[in-house]
Design a protein. Structure first.
Length: 169
């Protein structure tokens, strides 16, 4: 997996849009703050990518802002805690979102990463509609088609490809 991550990083270095935001990446303090507040372990590929690039700058999909410098206003910690609370409320306490990191959320659906107990383990990323996010939170099968990537690296690769496709149109 490290080899594909290295190739992706090299590809991203030539992307002018990503390079323009490379000075606004996450710091070690930011990663610790996310992990401490959400009680999750971030995977190595997520940390490495977000140390070099901002994944949330892509224009085709609105992703949660990981820039934690301004009290995480409308960012990842606040939104994840609110979503956990909301799912717990609607599932009457049956929801378990403790291992989830939501990367994007709107009325139509959610993109979330399933974190693991070790930073070396791959963390699948799922893009599903809002209802299926609820089903996942209560350990039920998805009811609708969804997209899934085996790791954050593969999801980031998808984002880069989509951005390149959009820019070429």
């Amino acid at each position: 997996m490290q080899n594909s991550l290295n190739k992706l990083i090299e590809k991203c270095r030539s992307n002018k849009r990503l390079e323009a935001y490379s000075n606004l990446t996450m710091s070690e303090t930011d990663f610790k703050r996310v992990m401490n507040n959400l009680k999750i372990i971030l995977p190595n590929d997520f940390v490495e990518i977000n140390t070099l690039f901002r994944y949330d700058v892509f224009s085709f999909q609105e992703l949660l802002d990981f820039c934690l410098e301004i009290n995480d206003w409308n960012g990842v910690i606040k939104n994840n805690l609110e979503l956990r609370k909301e799912y717990t409320k609607y599932s009457e306490g049956k929801s378990d979102m403790s291992h989830i990191l939501v990367l994007a959320d709107d009325d139509g659906g959610s993109v979330f990463m399933i974190t693991q107990d070790s930073p070396e383990k791959p963390t699948p990323v799922i893009w599903c509609d809002y209802g299926d996010m609820y089903y996942y939170s209560i350990h039920k099968a998805f009811q609708n088609p969804h997209d899934e990537w085996p790791s954050f690296t593969k999801f980031f690769e998808f984002l880069v490809e989509q951005e390149e496709k959009k820019l070429s149109e």
